[in-house]
Write a new protein. Structure first.
Length: 115
């Protein structure tokens, strides 16, 4: 099981920016960011595979950018033009392969956007 350590959460005003980082103990095919707001289901925010191909939830397209450094085993989520509805606990996740149904999870980091 890979260990995932996140950092970078915090409190920011609407319209502001935050950068989340996650470091994995081992390389993984897919690195992902999820979020879970109070009373809501955990949802996929962005995914990037080892080739660098990235996909995003519609709600964050054009505002968030996911990047990874395969040599450093890191994945970052740059979040711009933040909205109060982006408030959630953000989780880093990793999948060994495209066939992995259940990812490994980080501990989560709180992002709070004030209006």
């Amino acid at each position: 099981q890979v260990q995932l350590v996140e950092s970078g959460g915090g409190l920011v005003q609407a319209g502001g920016s935050l950068r989340l980082s996650c470091t994995a103990s081992e390389s993984r095919f897919s690195m992902e960011w999820y979020r879970q707001a109070p009373g809501k289901q955990r949802e996929l925010v962005a995914r990037i595979i080892i080739s660098g191909t990235a996909t995003y939830a519609d709600s964050v397209k054009g505002r968030f950018t996911i990047t990874r450094d395969n040599a450093k085993r890191t994945v970052d989520l740059e979040m711009n033009s933040l909205k109060p509805e982006d408030t959630a606990v953000y989780y880093c996740a990793a999948r060994r392969s495209i066939l992995t149904s259940v990812p490994d999870w980080g501990q989560g980091t709180q992002v709070t956007v004030s209006s």
